[in-house]
Design a protein around this ligand. Structure first.
Ligand code: AMP
Ligand code: MG
Length: 307
């Protein structure tokens, strides 16, 4: 998954459990990767519009991203892949595509065109998709499930900056998760979030980006413009029990911006969020008011969003 992961598992059989979790990540990578030949997603992208029989994981994530796409007015769109590629985010050979190029690529972006019957999925010819917006969070969720099935009651899974926790720390206290400062102000961390048995997933403009003529271009794209999403948010952290939900939402709410994201939270619920704006403000949903501690002298102002 193109990142560094670190798992900490407590208990008697922790080494066996660690091995099982590691095997699950590798299996998921083999099924969901956009680049590995033979993965479900690779097969879809090379299907020429013919149906492909996919595994349960790919199908589940297709349904989840479809649902989130529908609920966010299309802010999450798994068929943006050709656009992401045109900006160079898949290879690191960054460039600003021409407006004509973006416009013609956007003609083949539409997550609602992906259809399925049972586990036979059809991606229209000329389109391509990737699950980069949700796969890491899902991998964390699956690993946590496997650990819980094996009786683990305490584990911390760091999936390249996205965190999945199982239970509490061995002493019963919550896990303290540092939330990165998108601008690296007085501290690398703008604060600490304490959670038990939850996933904590962040999408930020600082994670993968390039700069040209003093402008920063990041890897989270607005499907309406085919360009990096400029919503006034610099980072979005989502907290919920489901890593996949967290990951899909962190990306799509980043695209929506504060106001629409807050409305989404009020309408849908089922998660908590921390929004960082380019005006040095942090907005916490009410459920995180107690769990979050701001770094002293961070330079950020804290606000609580009420239901
Ligand atoms: P994340 O880091 O979870 O926010 O996911 C970002 C990744 O998802 C990018 O590297 C792209 O591969 C993909 N992506 C970017 N923008 C979108 C979007 N609006 N909808 C779906 N996937 C996206
Ligand atoms: Mg995401």
């Amino acid at each position: 998954m193109n990142t560094f992961m670190q798992f900490t598992v407590y208990g008697d059989r922790s080494q066996d459990c660690l091995n099982a979790a590691k095997a699950e990540v590798i299996a998921l990578e083999n099924r969901l990767s956009v680049t590995l030949e033979g993965s479900d997603i690779w097969k879809l992208n090379h299907s020429g519009g013919e149906p492909v029989t996919v595994g349960d994981d790919a199908l589940h994530l297709l349904k989840t991203t479809r649902d989130l796409g529908d609920k966010t007015g299309g802010a999450l769109d798994v068929t943006l892949y050709p656009v992401v590629k045109a900006w160079g985010f898949t290879t690191g050979e960054y460039q600003i595509p021409s407006e004509e190029d973006i416009a013609s690529l956007l003609e083949h972006v539409d997550y609602t065109a992906v259809t399925w019957e049972g586990s036979d999925v059809t991606l229209p010819d000329g389109m391509a998709m990737d699950l980069g917006s949700i796969a890491k969070g899902y991998a964390g969720e699956r690993c946590a499930e496997i650990l819980r099935e094996q009786g683990v009651t305490s584990a911390l899974l760091n999936m390249g900056g996205n965190v999945q926790t199982v239970g509490a720390k061995p002493d019963g206290s919550g896990w303290r998760i540092g939330i990165r400062d998108p601008q690296k102000g007085v501290s690398d961390y703008l604060g600490v979030l304490t959670v038990i048995d939850q996933a904590v997933v962040t999408s930020g403009g600082y994670e993968r980006f390039f700069e040209e003529d003093g402008v920063r271009y990041w890897h989270i794209m607005d499907p309406d413009t085919g360009a990096p999403a400029r919503s006034g948010l610099t980072a979005v952290t989502i907290v919920s029990r489901s890593g996949a939900l967290c990951d899909g939402l962190s990306t799509s709410l980043f695209v929506l911006g504060l106001e629409e994201a807050a409305d989404y939270w009020r309408d849908q619920g089922g998660f908590e969020a921390l929004f960082v704006t380019d005006q040095n403000e942090i907005y916490l949903t009410a459920g995180l008011a107690e769990a979050f501690v701001l770094t002293q002298d961070s330079g950020y102002t804290l606000h609580i969003l009420e239901e």
